[in-house]
Write a protein that binds this ligand. Structure first.
Ligand SMILES: [Zn+2]
Length: 570
């Protein structure tokens, strides 16, 4: 290795390659980058002397990899820049057996050696291993690049780091990306196309999906919004239910919140062997599912679509409003899209409450919440506020409509509060009280406000383990829908079955089956409906007599509409 004089080294590297525990912070010892080569800094693209240039070459074979060259001319950086860092996104995928796995690999040798200070700039060369699919093909496809039927789904932030100058992230740096993927077509919404390059900002190109390979496309328009639905596995006819869902969701959102904004979004839907994974990158959606596209807005896959589309209208400066209220919109738009009946609406409300309860204990006030508590707690607050506003002849969507900045500009907590106060000052005070209380929300009051009679029923239930192993005779299932991943010998289920109904009750999640069996006598049998290879199949499930230890007392809230149905949206 030929070392450079230490004084040349003024670019400590900060990266978050957490998998290998690689310490990429300020190097302890001066690293030894390759000497300045005679051919450097060779232009990668049309204007790489003035803007950041990224050239990524897809190398097939094995799990696949991207060989990347990133050049950063000083002329692209703010004047007087001293310390330049390249923080990579630590992109985990969640369901691998070993837990969180980052998918950027360090390639050969310590990463920090690959920074080359060049006259007038810097260059990094690195390799991104697309290895997650090889590790676990059934899971973990959220937000990570993966091989598709005839190509790849790539995510910009897997191979484009951010650039920090003197501690400040520079997402707006003009950047050119050249993605070499062979002869296959490439789809992305990021930047402007210039030949085989994309020109945009660093952040815009990093927070984008890149879909590589021959595919089908179905375009849906609502007002100024354009949604491009893409798939390599389904043709236009197969995508029709999804197109219907997108169209109806946009229509409901437009009715409730005002004109659809000037935006274009990608929705990508492909197959995977088991389960379902959904990811969102910069507003574009990628879904992988063992089941074909569905037109239902209340289905697990459909809810992701509805949620992301309603973000075209609602974004905000705090998570309880941006994510929590959007989760409530997802629910009420899903109900509208599906034309759900009263029983289904009640079921969905109780489901939302169950999700809230799972996160609420000890989580503190919703106002400062982050993560899941912001989604489920914010949704509960929205439900309660909506029920209260009905008395004032208004609704949460009505208030949002006033608070939202035109054409997809989102809102702020201050704007929302002002619009709410104009409708009803007591409702605004009620909202503040809900947001600030430390103990879990009193959902009973909200249900009464919404017009529901409630009843708490106690019954002899199964422990979750006993329900799954002894009653259903399965040993693995999806947490997101009642899909069977593994079975015991003798089970009536097969791997890949999605359980839809048990004893006359609709089922979305495996734990809900317990309630469906509440009044079934041990030793009796119940009718079960599953979706098997795309067809509805009826099965008979015997309910065994079990040791009392396998049973426990369970409580469930039952609802009856009192005087009026829930009026979720105008
Ligand atoms: Zn969201």
């Amino acid at each position: 290795m030929v070392g450079l004089p230490a004084m040349r080294w003024r670019t400590p590297l900060l990266c978050s390659l957490t998998l290998a525990g690689l310490a990429c912070a300020t190097p302890a010892a001066p690293p030894a980058p390759a000497p300045v080569a005679a051919d450097a800094p060779g232009p990668l693209g049309s204007d790489c002397a003035r803007r950041v240039c990224v050239r990524a070459t897809l190398v097939e074979g094995g799990a696949g990899q991207l060989d990347v060259e990133l050049s950063v001319p000083d002329a692209a950086l703010p004047a007087g820049a001293k310390v330049v860092q390249f923080p990579f996104f630590a992109e985990p995928f969640k369901a691998a057996p070993e837990g969180y796995v980052a998918f950027i690999s360090q390639g050969e040798g310590p990463f920090s050696e690959q920074v080359e200070p060049l006259p007038g700039g810097r260059r990094l060369r690195y390799r991104v291993a697309l290895e997650h699919a090889a590790k676990d093909p059934a899971h973990g496809l959220d937000e990570v690049p993966h091989r598709t039927a005839q190509g790849w789904l790539l995510v910009g932030r897997a191979f484009i780091p951010l650039i920090k100058v003197d501690g400040v992230v520079q997402e707006g740096l003009p950047t050119e990306l050249r993605l070499e993927v062979g002869e296959r077509p490439l789809v992305t919404l990021a930047g402007e196309e210039a030949g085989d390059a994309r020109v945009g900002t660093l952040g815009g190109l990093a927070h984008a999906l890149y879909y590589v390979g021959p595919h089908h496309e179905r375009v849906v328009r609502q007002g100024a919004t354009i949604v491009r639905i893409l798939s390599q596995d389904y043709d236009a006819a197969g995508l029709e239910p999804l197109a219907e869902l997108v169209q109806r969701s946009l229509r409901e959102a437009e009715r409730a919140l005002g004109p659809a904004p000037h935006r274009t979004r990608l929705v990508i839907y492909d197959k995977q062997p088991l389960g379902f994974a959904g990811g969102v990158i910069g507003g574009d959606i990628t879904l992988m599912s063992s089941t074909p596209p569905s037109a239902s807005g209340l289905s697990p896959v459909g809810a992701v679509v509805v949620h992301e589309l309603s973000h075209l209208w609602l974004t905000a400066d705090q998570p309880w409003l941006s994510e929590g209220f959007n989760t409530y919109l997802e629910l009420i738009f899903g109900i509208k899209v599906d034309g759900a009946d009263e029983a289904r609406i009640q079921q969905e409300i109780l489901r939302a409450y169950a999700k809230y309860q799972a996160n609420a204990s000890g989580a503190g006030p919703v106002r400062g919440a982050a993560g899941l508590h912001a989604y489920t707690g914010g949704a509960m607050v929205a439900f309660c506020l909506d029920a209260r506003l009905e008395g004032a002849g208004s609704s949460v969507p009505d208030v949002l409509r006033v608070a939202l900045v035109e054409d997809g500009g989102g809102t702020t907590v201050a704007r929302f509060h002002e619009a709410l106060t104009a409708v009803s000052a007591p409702a605004a005070a009620y909202l503040d009280a809900l947001l600030d209380q430390a103990e879990p929300l009193d959902f009973g009051t909200c249900l009464s406000d919404a017009g529901f009679d409630q009843e708490l029923e106690t019954y002899d239930g199964f422990t979750l383990r006993s329900l799954v192993v002894d009653v259903l005779q399965i040993t693995g299932f999806s947490p997101q829908r009642a899909e069977v991943f593994r079975v015991k010998d003798g089970s009536v289920f097969q791997v890949g079955d999605v359980i839809r109904r048990v004893a006359g009750q609709d089922i979305l999640l495996v734990p809900e089956i317990d309630g469906a069996l509440a009044h079934v006598k041990p030793g009796a049998a119940v009718e079960v409906e599953v979706e098997r290879a795309g067809k509805a199949v009826k099965l008979t499930l015997p309910v065994p007599k079990l040791d009392p230890k396998a049973r426990e007392s369970h409580r469930r809230l039952k609802l009856r509409a009192k005087s009026r149905p829930l009026r979720p949206a105008p």
